[in-house]
Design a binder for this molecule. Structure first.
Ligand code: COA
Length: 335
C-alpha cells in the first residue's frame, strides 16, 4: 500500500520583542483603534537587528523535531520570502545547524502560501516513497523588507517561524494529511511585490530608488482575492476529503486580517468559533502563519486529537492552496 503523509510534530519560534499598536502609533500616522478594527491585530513580534529568518527557522525546526520525538529527517523544505541572503538558499544552512548535513534542503517561494506549498511537496515525497520524514518550515521576518515609514504594511506584518514533521504512515492515523490543492495567477504579480533586488530590477540598476527595496501591496485587491481563493480552495479539499461543512472541526486560514478570516469562514458556512486565530497577538507572519496558528490552537485546547482540520492560504504571486488533515496527538514545542 502507498504510504500516507502524517503530521507528527510541530514547533514554533517567535522573537522576544513585542511591538504594540500604540508603539507603532508613536511614530506613524496610525492608531490602535484603526489597526484593531480594520485588521484585528493588537501586537506583533519583531526581530532585533542581527536575528535572521534562518535563526527563527532553526529554532522552530528544533521544536518540531522535539515534538516529533525523533531527530531523523531525510528532506527539509523552508518556505520563506525573506531568506537570510538572496543567494544561497537558507534551507541548507538550517539543515546543517540541525546536524542534518547531506539531506536535500531548499527554499520554497510562494509568499504567504509557502507553508501549504511545502506541505504539498512533503506529502508528495512521502506518498511516492522518495522520503519518509520531512521537515516543513515556514519562517519570515517581514520587518526586514517593510518600509519603517509605511503604516499600511508595518501595521500588518509580524516576524516568526513554525515547523512540522511529516512522516510516512497510514491514511487512517490521526495526523494523516488528505487532499491538497494548489493554484496561482501571475496576472496578480504586482498586487504584492518587492520591486527591486531581483534580476528585473537589480539593486545595482541606476534607476532603482531606495523605495524599490520595500514590500508593497494593494490592500483592497489582495483582500478580495484572498477571500475568494482561500474559500474556493478550502471548499475543494473539503469536498475531496468527503467532509460536510459540519464535519470541519477547525478552519485555519492564513492569518492575513481578522476580517479576511471571518469572510472566508462566512463564505464556507463555518461558524466563527470553529476558526483558529493567532492574528491578534502575532499579526500576519507570512509563511509562518499557518503553523503558528495551528500550534496556538493546540496549546489553547481549541484543537483536539482526531479533529478534522482545513488549512487554507493566499499569498503574493498570486498563489493559494489548501489541505485537509486530522489533528494528531502532539504537543507543540518552542525552543
Ligand atoms: N493606519 C491608518 N490608516 C491606514 C493604515 C494604518 N495602519 N493603513 C492604511 N491606512 C489608510 C490608507 O492609507 C487609506 O488612506 P487614504 O484613503 O487616505 O488613501 C485608508 O486607510 C484606506 O485604505 P484601504 O486600503 O482602502 O483600507 P482597507 O479597509 O482596505 O484596509 C488593509 C487596509 C491593508 C488592512 C486591508 O486592505 C487588508 O488587510 N488587505 C489585505 C492585506 C493582506 O492580507 N496582505 C497579505 C496577504 S498575503
Amino acid at each position: 500500500m502507498q504510504p500516507a503523509p502524517v503530521l507528527c510534530g510541530i514547533g514554533t519560534s517567535l522573537p522576544d520583542r513585542v511591538v504594540t499598536n500604540d508603539d507603532l502609533a508613536a511614530r506613524l500616522d496610525t492608531s490602535d483603534e484603526w489597526i484593531r478594527t480594520r485588521t484585528g491585530i493588537r501586537e506583533r513580534r519583531v526581530v532585533d537587528p542581527g536575528t535572521a529568518t534562518g535563526d527563527l527557522a532553526h529554532a522552530a525546526a528544533q521544536g518540531a523535531l522535539k515534538s516529533a520525538g525523533s531527530a531523523e529527517v531525510d528532506l527539509l523544505i523552508l518556505a520563506t520570502t525573506t531568506p537570510d541572503h538572496p543567494c544561497p538558499a537558507t534551507a541548507p544552512d538550517v539543515a546543517q545547524r540541525l546536524g542534518l548535513t547531506g539531506i536535500p534542503a531548499w527554499d520554497l517561494g510562494a509568499v504567504c502560501s509557502g507553508f501549504v506549498y511545502g506541505l504539498a511537496c512533503a506529502s508528495s515525497f512521502v506518498r511516492s516513497g522518495a522520503a519518509t520524514r520531512v521537515l516543513v518550515v515556514g519562517a519570515d521576518t517581514y520587518s526586514t523588507i517593510t518600509d519603517p515609514d509605511d503604516r499600511s504594511t508595518r501595521a500588518i506584518f509580524g516576524d516568526g517561524a513554525g515547523a512540522v514533521v511529516v512522516r510516512a504512515g497510514t491514511p487512517d492515523e490521526d495526523g494523516a494529511i488528505g487532499p491538497v490543492s494548489l493554484g496561482s495567477d501571475g496576472s496578480q504579480r504586482d498586487a504584492i511585490i518587492v520591486e527591486a533586488g531581483g534580476s528585473r530590477r537589480p539593486l545595482t540598476d541606476a534607476h532603482t530608488t531606495p523605495d524599490g527595496r520595500y514590500f508593497t501591496m494593494r490592500g483592497r485587491t489582495v483582500f478580495r482575492h484572498a477571500v475568494e481563493r482561500m474559500a474556493q480552495s478550502a471548499e475543494k479539499v473539503r469536498a475531496e476529503a468527503g467532509w460536510s461543512t459540519e464535519d470541519v472541526d477547525c478552519l485555519v486560514a492564513h492569518q492575513a486580517n481578522a476580517r479576511i478570516i471571518d469572510a472566508v469562514a462566512a463564505r464556507m458556512g463555518v461558524a466563527p468559533e470553529r476558526c483558529a486565530t493567532s492574528i491578534e497577538r502575532l499579526g500576519n507572519t507570512a509563511a509562518a502563519s499557518l503553523p503558528l496558528a495551528l500550534a496556538e490552537a493546540a496549546r489553547s485546547g481549541r484543537l483536539h486529537t482526531g479533529d478534522r482540520v482545513l488549512l487554507t492560504a493566499f499569498g503574493g504571486g498570486a498563489t493559494w492552496g489548501a489541505a485537509a488533515l486530522t489533528w494528531p496527538d502532539v504537543t507543540p514545542m518552542s525552543i
